[in-house]
Design a protein around this ligand. Structure first.
Ligand code: B12
Length: 214
């Protein structure tokens, strides 16, 4: 029986040994609890964030936490994606972290999951200005855009990106999904995005429905 509170604490304590051992156990037991394990790791990241705010952890600890999260996803990946990839293969989409934000762990997780679900993901990286996203969508004829950001500042950049599509006369040709820690329904409305998602699976569901023309 896996105690997910212990897993969250192990991530918060940056205890790689306990964390990887518990994640391997999840996979050895068939992987059905992979999503719960992922959520526990994210709770652990919140613990890391609070300790950073309290001055107990430093930027080096944040970087190490990021590496641990990437390890966690590598272990759980095969069990995290559900559903088939029919109808999605070769549908191209853009994914990036918006301007002024350098966080990419969540984005990379979402990219891995979208690729595993069959999408061709054009990852524009981090700190990406609105103009570059619009230009790429235009040049590559892409209609699905995923914007990631974890800083509060990122919300302005997301809004700016949605506005840039409108100003380019392309707003009704693209579907935009936003995600990242500060994103919720209110932020979605505020930015004018089409949807928001808090997990890779939610993101996949939106993108699949748009790829199918809905
Ligand atoms: C790791 C980390 C870093 C690492 C990032 C490494 C990297 N390669 O990404 C480093 C050390 C570089 C870093 C730097 C900084 N950080 Co930092 N960081 C974090 C930390 C601990 C974890 C973030 C993370 O990766 N979470 C795990 C991922 C998996 O979660 P996620 O991004 O939310 O992604 C999930 C969902 O949101 C969703 N999702 C994500 N993207 C997308 C996209 C789409 C389209 C969709 C649909 C869904 C989706 O799916 C993902 C998987 O489930 C957070 C604390 C926290 N609790 O979030 C602070 C945090 C975000 N950082 C913070 C700060 C202040 C900073 C710095 C300013 C610190 C400094 N003084 O230098 C700099 C900022 C640099 C910049 N301009 O961006 C603050 C932000 C405060 C704020 N409200 O703006 C936080 C909240 C810490 C804190 N509590 O103070 N950080």
């Amino acid at each position: 029986m896996i105690d997910f509170n212990v897993l969250a604490e192990a991530m918060g304590d940056l205890d790689e040994d306990v964390m990887t051992e518990m994640l391997r156990q999840v996979m050895e037991e068939g992987g059905q609890k992979a999503q719960e394990a992922m959520e526990a790791c994210q709770k652990g990241m919140d613990i890391v964030g609070s300790r950073f705010e309290d001055g107990e952890y430093f930027v080096g600890d944040l970087i190490y936490a990021g590496e641990l999260m990437t390890t966690a996803v590598d272990i759980l990946k095969d069990a995290l994606v559900t559903g088939d990839d029919s109808g999605v293969a070769k549908v191209k989409m853009i994914l990036c972290t918006v301007k002024d934000d350098l966080h990419d762990i969540g984005k990379n997780i979402v990219r891995s999951m979208l690729e595993a679900a069959g999408f061709e993901v054009l990852d524009l990286g981090i700190d990406v200005p609105a103009e570059k996203i619009v230009e790429t969508a235009k040049n590559e004829n892409i209609h699905i855009i995923g914007l990631s950001g974890v800083l509060t500042l990122a919300i302005d950049s997301m809004k700016h990106t949605v506005d840039a599509f409108r100003e380019a006369g392309m707003r009704d040709q693209v579907k935009i999904v936003i995600g990242g820690a500060p994103v919720n329904a209110e932020v979605c409305e505020q930015t004018g995005a089409d949807a928001w998602a808090s997990s890779p699976q939610m993101t996949i569901d939106y993108c699949k429905s748009w790829a199918a023309g809905n």
